[in-house]
Design a protein around this ligand. Structure first.
Ligand SMILES: Nc1ncnc2c1ncn2[C@@H]1O[C@H](COP(=O)(O)OP(=O)(O)O)[C@@H](O)[C@H]1O
Ligand SMILES: N[C@@H](CC(=O)OP(=O)(O)O)C(=O)O
Length: 684
């Protein structure tokens, strides 16, 4: 946590947190309730791999060995490298050396297609279909160049695969048709090529013949079997499911490595076969699912998802540059985050690891020493205290359907009928709200093509139906226990921006609040919400930094500024008075606005604790602190006695509403309404 970053600042943050809230204004925040999570089978008896890749892992001595655990069996570590992490020779070499360093943890490696190869394969298939143009030069070049730059001779398996791919595309060009199964077969080449290149790169790094060799493996050869069907070309959706028995077979195939780590398996992500031997895919970004299914099957010490970002960020860093890393998430939070649009892990991938209690992490292959994000069953108490909003995710291309019917009034079966229509057209509903006569719900069109017209026509027989296209969903991953403050702060943002919230889903999940708004507002609203929930920590640090570095020649340091809407009327005296850094009141004011939106407090004042003595009674001060209430009564003011305990009512009688504290020794005074204290109220 940030508290460990430095002396005064650290203490202050820890102190503020202890005072009962995550922010500077603990007197205005409600104490946090516990987050309740689904019960999990947490296998803490398993040995945990111990490497520099897992700085948080418990030491083996912390672990009580399970009597049923075969001592000679050592756990395996699953490491998945996404396409962005293996986009070229340099990237592949970097990842191979990350794996090599983790060798003592017996890694099982899962690799995606290099860079954007899956997209290139889909383009090649379309070109063959639509213009009989067979061209694999882009795909060939990606792999040939990488191997050449790695100083590796082209493995015959790679040239064989390229030849097979070309043949397949020629077939499509000739027949002028492509089934979804054939399309899955075409995209499977991406992963089949990349594991062979990765294994070759790994073996090139080996320094002695004793060092274990890497072996490229197609996932179906270790038992990755699904039902029949196909994956979507452009979304995480797939119609296939991994067969229940797959887990036993995967375990049978890979568990011998626990006893004798004979080779580094480099396994294709994303692809599988059905029982008839037809190639299937797990949906776009499906390699994460391959990794967690393997991790769960072998009860891995951890499943690491290596990407090109330092773990999960507070929001998509490509969209909002000020996104920050999230250090820890619960499985539940990670699952909600990816289901509601964050490209963190494949939406289905968290579940297998969660069910088996196998910890996960999201790491950065460009910065392997960065701890990234840990995904764990539960937060500890301190982490819970610090948690407000963990992250924000969003989805565009959402369709909202509003179904109005008086038939709903007091009737049963109406909802069942509505859902039967969605079922008939295989449309999956995301968010839903109902009233006596209206049902509002959203469909994610980006996820899966849905025949909206037919749904509309069918529902139109029993109700008035409106379809709103181009809607967007903004989801805050935040504990339900803190939802009042979060909803208040979010609505303040929407109100300020004049954005209509069409639908809110809150309470259905322990950890998420979802707003449906018009798509055109998405970017700006995400930015503002992100500033609201994640600008605070930065501001807090900046304020404390300034306070720490400010030498107050006069211990009593004020000043006052307006908080009128977005206009800050910085007090003109601030710069001259008491050496207060000119940016401090503004920072403080911004911080206050973020933490306590919709406030009608009009001024903020900072002061040094118990300062009166230093003035020898020559000034007046109001060192009031709601947590340790002090109040200068009439006699005390100007007496030099400084802080005296007094009832807050006296304070309010002056029209001054509240005072909190910033850090030990510093107080923050906040004044309400039109009362604007004059500097003479504070100084002699
Ligand atoms: N909340 C988030 N945290 C981290 N990355 C995110 C988030 N939302 C979106 N992303 C994006 O996801 C990208 C990584 O996804 P992707 O390119 O599919 O990785 P990979 O190829 O490793 O699976 C990041 O570069 C980042 O821009
Ligand atoms: N190659 C597949 C599967 C995958 O998981 O890729 P990545 O790990 O790069 O998201 C895709 O592009 O969808």
């Amino acid at each position: 946590m940030e508290a460990s970053r430095g002396g005064q600042r650290g203490t202050a943050l820890a102190h503020a947190a202890r005072a009962g809230g995550p922010g500077f204004f603990p007197f205005l925040t409600k104490p946090e309730d516990d987050i309740t999570l689904e019960p999990l089978q947490w296998r803490d008896e398993r040995p945990v791999a111990q490497t520099q890749n897992q700085p948080w892992a418990t030491t083996p001595t912390d672990i009580t060995p399970d009597a049923s655990f075969e001592p000679a069996l050592c756990p395996l570590l699953v490491m998945k490298f996404g396409g962005t992490s293996v986009a070229g020779a340099e990237a592949v070499r970097r990842c191979a050396s990350i794996v090599r360093k983790a060798q003592s943890d017996r890694p099982i490696v899962v690799v995606s297609a290099m860079g954007k190869t899956t997209n290139a394969l889909l383009r090649a298939a379309n070109a063959a279909l639509e213009s009989s143009n067979v061209d694999i030069s882009e795909i060939r070049k990606t792999h040939e160049d990488a191997l050449e730059q790695l100083g590796v001779q082209m493995p015959s398996s790679v040239s064989d695969l390229l030849a097979e791919l070309e043949k397949l595309l020629n077939g499509i060009a000739l027949l002028k048709e492509i089934s979804t199964q054939t399309r899955d077969r075409i995209v499977s080449f991406g992963e089949r090529l990349s594991v062979r290149a990765f294994a070759a790169a790994y073996n090139r790094l080996r320094e002695s013949p004793e060092e274990v060799e890497a072996r490229a493996i197609d996932a179906w050869d270790i038992g990755m079997q699904t039902t029949s069907g196909s994956g979507s070309a452009d979304s995480a959706f797939t119609s296939v499911e991994i067969l229940e028995d797959a887990s036993t077979e995967i375990s049978d195939k890979l568990s011998p490595l626990k006893l004798h780590y004979s080779h580094v398996p480099i396994i294709t992500g994303y692809i599988a076969k059905d029982p008839k031997g037809v190639i299937t895919t797990l949906g776009r970004d499906g390699s994460d699912l391959t990794a967690t299914v393997i991790g769960a099957a072998v009860k891995a010490s951890e499943v690491q998802i290596w990407k090109d970002v330092s773990g999960v960020q507070t929001t998509d860093p490509r969209v909002i540059a000020s996104a920050k890393p999230v250090r820890i998430l619960t499985f539940e939070e990670a699952a909600e985050l990816s289901t509601f649009g964050a490209k963190v892990v494949h939406p289905a991938a968290v579940l297998p690891a969660w069910q088996q209690g196998v910890p996960m992490s999201v790491r950065n292959s460009m910065a392997p020493d960065d701890p990234g994000t840990r995904i764990v069953p539960q937060l500890d108490d301190e982490e819970k205290r610090e948690r407000r909003v963990a992250a924000i995710s969003s989805k565009k291309d959402i369709t909202m359907i509003v179904i109005k019917s008086s038939r709903m009034l007091g009737q049963h079966g109406f909802l069942a009928h509505v859902f039967s229509v969605f079922n008939k057209f295989a449309a999956s509903v995301d968010v839903i709200a109902t009233s006596e006569v209206t049902i509002s719900l959203t469909l994610d069109e980006g996820y899966k093509q849905v025949d909206i017209h037919s749904i509309e026509r069918e529902l139109g027989k029993v109700a008035k139906v409106s379809v709103l296209h181009d809607m967007a969903m903004l989801t805050l991953i935040a504990p339900k226990s803190d939802s009042v403050g979060i909803l208040r702060a979010s609505f303040a943002v929407f109100e300020d921006m004049g954005i209509n919230v069409e639908m809110v889903s809150h309470g259905a999940s322990n950890v998420n609040v979802t707003f449906v708004i018009q798509g055109e507002h998405l970017l700006k609203a995400s930015q503002r919400l992100h500033d609201t929930f994640f600008g605070v920590a930065e501001l807090r640090s900046a304020v404390l930094e300034l306070l720490a570095s400010t030498k107050f020649p006069f211990v009593h340091a004020a000043y006052v500024l307006g908080l009128n809407g977005s206009h800050y009327s910085l007090d003109t005296t601030a710069e001259r008075h008491y050496g207060i850094p000119v940016q401090l009141p503004r920072l403080l004011c911004n911080l206050f606005k973020l933490e306590v939106p919709n406030t009608d407090f009009t001024s903020v004042r900072i002061q040094k604790f118990a300062s009166a003595a230093n003035f020898g009674g020559a000034h007046r001060t109001l060192p009031v602190n709601l947590h340790t209430p002090y109040f200068p009564d009439a006699e005390a003011r100007g007496s030099g006695a400084g802080a005296r305990e007094a009832p807050a009512s006296g304070f309010q009688a002056l029209g001054w509403e509240a005072i909190g504290f910033i850090s030990p020794g510093w107080r923050l005074a906040v004044f309400k309404g039109e009362t604007r204290p004059s500097p003479t109220d504070f100084t002699s």
